[in-house]
Design a protein around this ligand. Sequence first.
Ligand SMILES: [Fe+2]
Length: 307
Amino acid sequence: MAAVTLNIEPLDATFGAWIRDIELRSIDDATFESLHEAWLEYALLIFPDQFLTNDEQDAFAERFGNLEFSAAPISNVSKDGKVHHDAGDDLVKSLKGNWGWHHDSTYMPLQAKGAVFTAELVPADGADTGWADMRAAYEALPAADRELVHSLEAHHSLYYSQGRMGLLPRRRDDGSYGMYGYHDMDVSLRSLVKVHPDTGRPNLLIGRHAHDIVGMDPAESEALLDRLNAEACVPPRVYQHAWTAGEAVIWDNRRLMHQGVPFDMTQPRKMWHTRIAGEPESELALNHSAESLRFRHERDALLNSGG
Ligand SMILES: [Fe+2]
């Protein structure tokens, strides 16, 4: 297939690029191939002036893989038009949780591959989104830390991340939280170093959902993860995006973390998020299949060979 030349403008960071002069709602296969290649290289692609419908957004995301879920509102405005801003409101708690650095769905058995995110209504005071490059963070680790993290595995849980911030929702009558991600399956266990299944490059896999490293005292584990998160998410490995309505982005959730930036929640904000499912061969938690254990062994072999 003939390669299509894209108008790529890299960000001033270790990752990320603007892609201009393209209409995502009508790309052909050759353009997709070039976009996919750029996505693996830059991990975050930003497309101005798209104004995608939910169906168009989902169709674009589906080119990259099966969907974990189709276009869902990430918004403080509910269907009835109410703007949610009270600290005790479950929707507000859920949105505020996103203000900590994370990879999506590491708390699920299957980590997400990526996401398409679009801006419909942007408040005047910002409500930016940040991304951070965990491949560059891994590569910047001092030798002692790199050696340390190679052997470590952490649990990933939304109960932990929301609970630590005092942002758990109210329980329903049956005792459950009844919201996405609060499952009763085994708590997902994941290596602190991931080898990217498409590029073969290692990156840190950390973020707010990670807790209780296997074999480590809980306080020591928390301190180590807090330090790794803090040291990872600094320039030139971070980019903060100020949204304009109509923009679309797609990011690689295997390599990047992201966070929402706090904003005045009395102002309405409406974003749409389509989550692309991870491929089981590489994104299943270690304790959720024999297949993922095989992947861990391959990962170990690669890391031990100096990757
Ligand atoms: Fe997220």
